[in-house]
Design a protein around this ligand. Structure first.
Ligand code: 13P
Ligand code: ZN
Length: 270
């Protein structure tokens, strides 16, 4: 077996968690990441029939039967992932219609996957239907997006239009916009189901007064989505209390659509 800590996907996961911590998005144990892997990605590094222990998930997700995920642990600090990946991360395979996770590596102190596992797994199901290449679901607590949910109305169209107006390239990076959920109790199947439903139409879902979810084909794309939305929210929080003299108009956004070959969410531009 090859050294799992040198697997390209492991290296990328550790770098991403470290980078997210560096951005201040993941205080204490805040945030979680799940990365979908294929059997051929993992079977050079672990014996996939050597199950360390099984962990009930508390939900069912038949679409994910037999799928492998590298996932952050509950209560674990992103700050520490780089120093002790085998404690802070785990590699699991879902079985019994998604009701059970078989631990193949990691969670070495007896830990388990993030408390947001329902939102992650249900979001994977939703995004895979839109894009079979989707591999990543990422959650974190970026300060400006969070702040914005205290002072901006939470209608998804209106919230998105404000973000689009804050940086020229926002509409190019997330033309489908962001969907916004009201405050809900986190770590539950209910917020998981609500998030997954919103993931059917956008790769970004804001959890009001809590944080954001992103989904994408790889860790870079997903990180970049959140990074771009958070930059836009930062600009909003810098200018919201000042008289607005200029903006990016809808006509200019239509020019961006044409030039970059993207299509904004139907009906979200005038
Ligand atoms: P976990 O430590 O269980 O991943 O929870 C962190 C979090 O951000 C909850 O929303
Ligand atoms: Zn959170």
């Amino acid at each position: 077996m090859r050294d799992i800590l040198k697997a390209p996907w492991m290296v990328e996961m550790i770098r991403t968690a470290t980078n997210m911590y560096g951005h201040g998005w993941d205080e204490r144990n805040g945030g979680n990441i799940s990365l979908l892997l294929r059997k051929e990605d993992v079977d050079q590094y672990v014996n996939v029939w050597d199950v360390i222990r099984t962990i009930p998930t508390g939900f069912s997700a038949p679409d994910l039967e037999g799928k492998y995920f590298l996932v952050t642990g509950t209560g674990k600090y992103f700050k520490n992932v780089q120093y002790a990946p085998e404690v802070n991360l785990g590699l699991v395979r879902l079985t019994e219609g998604g009701r059970t996770a078989e631990l193949l590596w990691g969670f070495a102190d007896g830990g388990k996957f993030t408390s947001e596992f329902p939102a992650h797994m249900m979001s994977h199901v939703a995004r895979l239907k839109v894009n079979p290449e989707n591999r990543v679901v990422m959650h974190c607590h970026p300060a400006n997006l969070l702040a914005m949910t205290y002072v901006h109305d939470l209608d998804s169209r209106s919230f998105t239009r404000t973000l689009w107006q804050m940086c020229t390239e926002c509409i190019v990076v997330f033309p489908e916009g962001v969907n916004v959920l009201p405050w809900m109790l986190c770590g539950t199947n209910e917020i998981g189901e609500a998030t997954a439903e919103q993931m059917e139409t956008a790769r970004l879902v804001v959890w009001s007064q809590h944080g954001i979810y992103g989904a994408g084909a790889d860790l870079d794309e997903t990180f970049g989505l959140i990074e771009t939305a958070e930059k836009a929210a930062e600009i909003y929080m810098k200018i919201a209390h000042l008289p607005r003299k200029n903006t990016i108009t809808d006509a200019q956004m239509h020019l961006l659509e044409d030039h970059f070959g993207v299509k904004a969410r139907e009906g979200w531009l005038d």
